[in-house]
Design a protein around this ligand. Structure first.
Ligand code: FES
Length: 517
């Protein structure tokens, strides 16, 4: 990497906006609708529902817009990979039409909110391209152009990009856009300040039902009594219904932000094949930052995560002369077996419990789609797009089964391979981590830059899978449902709601194993 800060993960979106300081929940109270999750999806739901006159409360486990929404590429597009032909072939034209209409409407609605509220968020219209550099994808690109056009999207076939990158074919969508996601979300929160209560550092850990109401319980034991709950966390923290843990698969991807000698020609790009390569530009006070994105993999299943930043740098060098790489960060989102998010009723038997998850890394329009669908379900009892996004849609559980079995096989293999049966002494280099077995327990050990060793119990507190080390982000990551923890055991992202057991006293490890782990 060219930057002096090559080992520091830093999102441009977070670095260029102020932090937030909404209060921590410290009392029980009642609300009409409780939204769990203060990212783009949660706050978009809050925005549309407060306009309908509901008393809304948002509960965020950390700070708003710091998770996926603070680490996204922030393309506002209905172009979600080669999805339209896939939906048409697997689910039929009507549902493909619903998906297209919902996402085109989402682009329109985001622009409308920005315009009506004069939100300064670097909003810019762009064309979006899916390109291929392989012959075998040319037919797929042609089919996507035909299907997307037949569904009313302004799609066209091109064989050249504005970028100096040789391609075989591409599909271009007009009237797409990009923005600064945190400028947008922080403004939304401010606009709603007098109408929506936002609590930060207030983690929801449980939901109970009582007299036709829900009671959501926080980590501190406070209770919020509410008529309706919207779970807009990336992954639903509520496990008791819906079997989401069998049908959501965590995927990580990587971003580098580069300054180059060449001017960026405009447009947003992603390839059709693996490994993923994606590009967009962002104006900053220091010039034109080019975001180079990709190298997706299942969370907890990449033996060397640092290598993904190097792969992106290599790719960027084929197009630009890199001057500096001031930013690099990674992000996580969840895939579903059929490639379509779950938005709507949490289960078919929960008319007052809603979910929005599984955005497949297309969170900007899908967040707005979630807000539109859930608002309609609450206000009118139906939405024109509810069927395609229905979390209880037919065949989803059976297609999930084979996917999760494959996933777990890989995870087991990696876990076995990484265990080092070391005895009392833990030999580590600086900035190195290992999984060691002591007295039959699996312990994760990390030696920091000052030579201090930090030990955690690597059994995930969500459902008991074994964690793997992520060298790029210095975190313990779960291959099953994507929970991530710092090397001192704190939760970085759920679904886990409890930290890992932790000690940094190597001398008392055996005693601690018995008493604490
Ligand atoms: Fe579910 Fe770890 S996130 S077991």
């Amino acid at each position: 990497m060219s930057s002096k800060n090559k080992n520091i993960s830093k999102s441009y979106w977070l670095d260029s906006t102020p932090g937030t300081n909404y209060p921590i929940l410290k009392e029980d109270f009642d609300t009409d609708i409780l939204i769990v999750g203060g990212g783009l999806a949660g706050l978009s739901c809050a925005y549309l529902l407060q306009k309908e006159g509901f008393k809304i409360t948002v509960l965020e486990a950390d700070r708003i817009c710091q998770g996926a929404s603070g680490h996204t590429t922030a393309k506002i597009t209905s172009q979600h990979g080669l999805i339209y032909n896939k939906i048409k072939n697997s689910l039929g034209e009507e549902l493909a039409q619903q998906y297209a209409q919902a996402n085109e409407k989402a682009i329109y609605e985001i622009e409308k909110i920005i315009r009506e509220n004069n939100i300064e968020c670097d909003y810019k219209k762009q064309s979006a391209y899916i390109f291929t550099q392989q012959d075998k994808y040319i037919n797929k690109i042609e089919d996507e152009v035909d299907t997307a056009s037949s569904l009313g999207i302004k799609a066209s076939y091109v064989d050249k990009l504005p970028l100096p990158l040789p391609i075989k074919a591409a599909v271009k969508f007009d009237n797409q856009a990009q923005f600064h996601p945190r400028k947008y979300v922080l403004s939304l929160a401010q606009i709603m300040e007098n109408k929506v209560k936002i609590f930060e550092k207030s983690r929801a850990v449980g939901i109970e039902e009582e007299n036709n109401k829900y009671i959501v319980i926080t980590e501190e034991g406070y209770k919020i009594r509410t008529n309706k709950v919207i779970i807009a966390t990336q992954y639903p923290f509520y496990n008791k219904q819906g079997m989401y843990f069998t049908r959501l698969y965590p995927k990580r991807s990587y971003i580098i932000g580069i300054y180059a000698n060449e001017k960026y020609p405009g447009g947003m790009y992603i390839n059709a094949e693996d490994p993923t390569r994606s590009l967009r530009q962002q104006d900053t006070k220091d010039g034109e930052l080019i975001l180079v994105v990709g190298s997706n993999h299942t969370t907890g299943q990449s033996p060397n995560t640092n290598i993904h930043y190097e792969e992106l740098e290599e790719f960027a060098k084929h197009i630009f002369t890199i001057k500096d790489i001031p930013y690099r960060w990674s992000t996580q989102d969840y895939d579903t077996p059929d490639g379509i998010p779950y938005i709507g009723y949490f289960t078919s038997n929960t008319p007052n419990l809603y979910v929005a998850t599984g955005f497949q890394k297309w969170g900007m329009t899908n967040s707005m789609v979630a807000a539109m669908i859930i608002k309609d379900l609450i206000v009118k009892g139906e939405s024109p797009w509810q069927d395609v996004y229905n979390p209880s849609r037919k065949n989803i559980i059976s297609s999930a089964k084979s996917f999760i079995i494959e996933n777990l096989k890989v995870a087991e293999h990696l876990i076995d391979g990484k265990i080092s049966p070391l005895p009392k002494e833990i030999n580590l280099n600086t900035d190195e981590a290992k999984v060691v077995k002591i007295k039959g327990e699996r312990i994760g050990a990390y030696k920091d830059a000052n030579g201090k060793i930090h030990l955690v119990n690597t059994t995930c507190t969500h459902m008991g899978c074994e964690l793997n080390w992520n060298s790029a982000e210095k975190s313990w990551d779960c291959p099953c449902h994507g929970s991530r923890f710092t090397y001192t055991g704190e939760i970085i992202e759920g679904p886990a709601v409890k930290p890992l057991k932790f000690t940094d006293d190597v001398n008392t490890i055996e005693k601690l194993l018995k008493e604490d782990f």
